[in-house]
Design a binder for this molecule. Structure first.
Ligand code: NAD
Length: 323
């Protein structure tokens, strides 16, 4: 039985990935971000918690990374700071976590002879699409400190493949959504404002388009990498469907049976050249090497997100702009 370490297991995608891999029969060590409350984030809610080995750590500490990767066969590296607006305020934290933290995990994997390292990138590295759908050859454009830090992390990861033959694959998900996502993301932001009975829906720019992929589809794609041996390669993960934020709001209003007015909140508008205007994924490379494809329709995935938000509304601070 393979022993898998998942960093960022306390997060949105990582917690679903833990559960999926556990159900597929793998032994899981889940890295949760250390805090003095011993709070394990989304894993706290997991019905599978008793079967998961949870360890609290911080990827910025190289000693700890070396220790927690001992005896591990495969690493899924998801831990990161991921909010774009917060990256305008605290770019140094993004360098420390996303770049240096990734370096620590790579070095630890190399030292401990890990047999596969799956590094999680993001579609944000592409910036506004120069062409659609976006394939892996699309130029990289660092339109935010977050994007820049992820580009650097991806390059560091690739350098470990080229320099040291670390068996490494880069997974590059486009926007992922679903239950447990934090309110900094657009879908929970819209749903929780509406469910809390807001009189107006406070949003930023409504014109950008995104490719939304349901979290279980993203996790199935990540699982597919366990079978791949295309080391040193990057693989996009997305639905291939493009929708504007305005169209998304209309769809969510329809699903929630409401029509509240939208107010553009200046604080939520990103600097002009930083806003990524268009993203739409070409996942044909991954489909060529695996049987993976997205299964959930956007409506189905949004319904599941709505159900989760209804049951967990108390966890969200919908009246605030959550960066
Ligand atoms: N959510 C998306 O739409 C999306 C899209 C593309 C790529 N990604 C990538 O997927 C990964 C997971 O994203 P997510 O949406 O689940 O985000 P998330 O914020 O829910 O999860 C990231 C986790 O990393 C942990 N973390 C942060 N700093 C840490 C540190 N120093 N040490 C240990 N753990 C630390 C946090 O506790 C958090 O739970 C990230 O690498 C992100 O860049 C996400």
């Amino acid at each position: 039985m393979k022993h898998i370490l998942i960093s960022g297991a306390d997060g949105f995608i990582g917690s679903h990935l833990c559960e999926m891999l556990l159900q597929k029969g793998y032994k899981i060590r889940a890295l949760s971000y250390y805090n003095s409350f011993n709070f394990w984030g989304n894993l706290e809610q997991s019905p599978f918690l008793k079967d998961i080995e949870v360890i609290s750590a911080d990827i910025r500490d190289s000693f700890l990374c070396e220790k927690i990767t001992r005896g591990i066969d495969v690493i899924f590296h998801l831990a990161a700071l991921i909010a774009i607006p917060y990256s305008y305020q605290a770019p140094q934290s993004y360098v420390d976590t996303n770049i240096k933290g990734t370096l620590n995990m790579l070095q630890a994997a190399l030292k401990n002879g890990v047999s596969k390292f799956i590094h999680t990138s993001t579609s944000e590295v592409y910036g506004s699409a120069c062409y659609v759908p976006i394939d892996e050859k699309h130029p990289l454009q660092p339109q935010s400190p977050y994007s820049a830090s992820k580009i650097a992390a991806d390059m560091m990861a690739l350098s470990y493949y080229h320099s040291f033959e670390l068996p490494l694959i880069i997974a590059r998900p486009f926007n992922t959504y679903g239950p447990r996502q934090s309110a900094r993301a657009i879908i929970p932001t819209i749903i929780t404002q509406i469910l809390s009975g807001a009189k107006e829906l406070k949003l930023g720019d409504l014109s950008p388009t995104r490719d939304f992929n349901f979290v279980l589809d993203t996790c199935e794609a990540l699982c597919a990498f366990l079978e791949l041996e295309e080391y040193g390669e990057v693989f996009n993960i997305g639905s291939g469907n493009e929708i504007s934020i305005l169209e998304l709001v209309s769809l969510l209003q329809k699903l929630l049976g409401t029509t509240i007015t939208i107010t553009q909140d200046k604080a939520r508008i990103r600097p002009k050249n930083s806003e990524v205007l268009r993203l739409c994924c070409d996942s044909s490379k991954l489909q060529k090497y695996s049987l993976w494809q997205s299964k959930f329709s956007l409506e189905e995935g949004l319904q599941r997100s709505i159900e989760y938000c209804k049951e967990n509304l108390h966890r969200y601070k919908s009246e605030l702009y959550n960066v």
